[in-house]
Ligand binder design. Structure first.
Ligand code: L34
Length: 284
């Protein structure tokens, strides 16, 4: 039976460290501040943003929650971003995704100054990550790495399989695993023999977006299984991409949903915001 990787506990540990760093900055007269912009009424986004604001409060980080109506034009959003980008009191800046269809995500992301891009989504930060330079790591993949590290299982030389190739999870997760010397395979909707590939994974990261996609027969005995999915099943219950009960019978370690990667995503955002404030304080 697999050991459950407790996202709640790990996130609390990260946030405790962040809170200590925030306290130090405040003693120097700097109050770390995160601005979160949300456009429209996506119910899931509202839950996630609420969680981010709550985490900020726990860490002593000031948060600005900017909720714009669904009809906001791209130019209006860019204008708001420019204003926050130029505000020296705002250290971290993010736009919660997804955006309404009439707004181009790429254009919006590139309007965030890289030094405030605590999501690690801008081309500058993605590029820096690729070549191993200092940067803001994207929160969800960084959270996955923390969860893998918490098991004590060594990553170097292991077979790591990532299912999903999105810019915000699959691709960067693969890159971070590669950086730790895993042998990395990225699977996606066109992958042949997906089950066999996954069944060979010492570390399996599922970022598909489909409930129950990863079945028990896709798990190598003893594997570390990281479930990034957040779906609702037929009963309306929150669940990941992995059939938890079946996978837990074979895996060595497994993350739950809820209480897993989502909480670590938020904790890593707090860490990045602290870092942004520290760096901006030094740059002055
Ligand atoms: N710009 N957009 C931007 N940055 C991000 O890092 C995100 N993401 C993803 C969606 N869009 C984004 C998030 O914040 C996903 N995500 C996220 C954040 C928090 C949680 C899940 C996903 C979370 O708190 N999950 C809880 C349960 C929440 C619930 O009840 O629905 C958990 O225990 O998993």
């Amino acid at each position: 039976m697999a050991i459950r990787i407790e996202g709640k506990l790990l996130a609390a540990q990260v946030k405790e460290r962040v809170a200590a760093g925030v306290k130090e900055l405040k003693e120097k007269g700097i109050e770390p501040c995160l601005a979160v912009i949300m456009v429209g009424e996506n119910p899931a986004s509202q839950v996630y943003v609420k969680g981010k604001v709550k985490d900020c409060a726990e860490c002593g980080i000031k948060s600005l929650e900017i909720h714009l109506p669904a009809e906001t034009t791209q130019n209006e959003l860019l204008q708001k971003l420019a204003e926050l980008a130029g505000d020296a009191g705002v250290h971290g800046l993010l736009v919660q995704l997804p955006l309404p269809a009439h707004i181009d995500e790429k254009t919006v992301i590139e309007a965030i100054p890289p030094q405030k891009d605590v999501d690690g989504f801008t081309a500058v930060n993605v590029g820096r990550m690729m070549i191993g330079e200092e940067c803001f790591l994207p929160c969800t993949p960084a959270g996955c790495m923390e969860m893998i590290r918490s098991t004590g299982v060594s990553i170097s030389g292991k077979n790591a399989v990532v299912i999903g190739r999105s810019n915000i999870v699959g691709k960067p997760a693969a890159m971070l695993l590669l950086r730790e010397n895993a042998t990395v395979t990225i699977c996606h909707s066109r992958t042949e023999n997906l089950k066999q590939v996954c069944a060979n994974a010492d570390i399996l990261v599922a970022a598909v977006g489909r409930a129950g996609f990863v079945t028990g027969d896709m798990i190598k005995p003893g594997a570390v299984v990281i479930d990034v999915g957040i779906n609702r099943n037929a009963q309306g219950k929150l669940c990941g991409d992995v059939d938890y009960d079946a996978a837990a019978e074979k895996a060595g370690y497994i993350t739950p949903v809820p209480g897993g990667v989502g909480l670590m995503t938020r904790a890593m955002l707090m860490q990045n915001t602290l870092q942004a404030a520290q760096k901006q304080a030094l740059a002055k």
